[in-house]
Design a protein around this ligand. Sequence first.
Ligand code: GLY
Ligand code: MN
Ligand code: MN
Length: 437
Amino acid sequence: MPVPYEENPGALAAALERRRGELAAAWSQTDAVVLIGAGQPVPRPGRGDITYPFGAHTEYLWLTDRNRAGGVMAFDPADGFTDFVAPVTAEEVLWSGAPADTPSEGQDVAGLPGWLEARSGRPLALLGCPPAGLAGDPERARRLRYALDAIRRRKDAVELDRLRAAAAVTAAGYAEIVPQLQAGRTEREIQIELELAFLRHGGTAMAYDSIVGSGPNSAVLHGSPGPRPFAAGEFVLFDAGAEVRNYVSDVSRTYPVGGALDAEHAEWHAIVLGAQQAAIAMCTVGTEWLDVHRAAGVELARGLIEFGLLRGDPEELVASGAIRLFFPHGIGHLVGLGVRDVVGALPGRAGGNDSVPRIDLPLEPGHVVTVEPGLYIVPALLAQPELRERHRDAVDWARAEAMSDFGGVRIEDNIHVTPAGPENLTAAIPSRPGGGP
Ligand code: GLY
Ligand code: MN
Ligand code: MN
């Protein structure tokens, strides 16, 4: 049964007008002409005319809600936005039918060269996926993108409705697979059941490639589900979510096969859940994301000291990097229009896209972030001689080696930052192995 979700076209139209108005105000002082392109389908190498599934650049998609190739939003501070679209062709209708996101407004993109010609001599800034053959000023583009990112990070009501719908679909999917986590079932079988449930409940796509890892595979951070059959009592780590109208849930849960964990696995799971709850509580307006990341590391280190795997002071285990032997990723990232949405850092800050964590900024109302601590036994990481030497005294290495098949736990929710505190959009999906929030 699909999760009820109905879009209000009036609210969407008003939201698009508001987004464009807010951006035009933020860019009002620029001397540049700006183009924000949707992009073109990307060919699959060596496969003739076959392309990857098209996804418009998120900067364009946010401004137009149109997942269609070839369009360009053009901006001149004197005139505001001009919406150039690729007209629907007979060839396109022949092969693919009428496009779902048919342009109902806008001008033929063939008019773009003339629009640019009328502004020749002005600096040009290129955002999104710009049309081929144009040279823009990267420094101006960088500054304009900072302003755009700041607005895009604050989700509006239409975006939050879609995120809530994606979360409801995702919750319905997880509810269907939990009773199926029995010995003998395989990662692949359960992946299929979960994805089928997402689609049946109204998901428009998977948010990303689903991760289902059992036993030792639960320690492979982004592992692909395979034919491995489950054994009773081991972990199954899920990282999977549904997409609704381009907005996604990014959810991880770690459940036991057969409904129960032994004491060691249960303690490991409880450490991660405790750190996650502490980190979620910190998702308040003004809190620096790097502080959330650090605090989660300290909580995890405290838990592993009690567990008997780490030795020393929790703060020092974070400062020395010892915690990264077992928590080797960031605490989370912005999520929304795709699984990584407007990640990056404030101007002048070093964090961002390729670093851990992927964002370096203070939280604001309307931000939606994942909070996803994890603890894993990754034999390949723990075997590195340089790390073993550096953290010689911080780890009970004999215990770590005895746990080589243990796997790992990640628990991930999507948190909306509000002036009244954190709102967990994915709270309906039970975090504890036997159920419960
Ligand atoms: N689903 C990938 C991640 O959690 O970032
Ligand atoms: Mn995830
Ligand atoms: Mn994530």
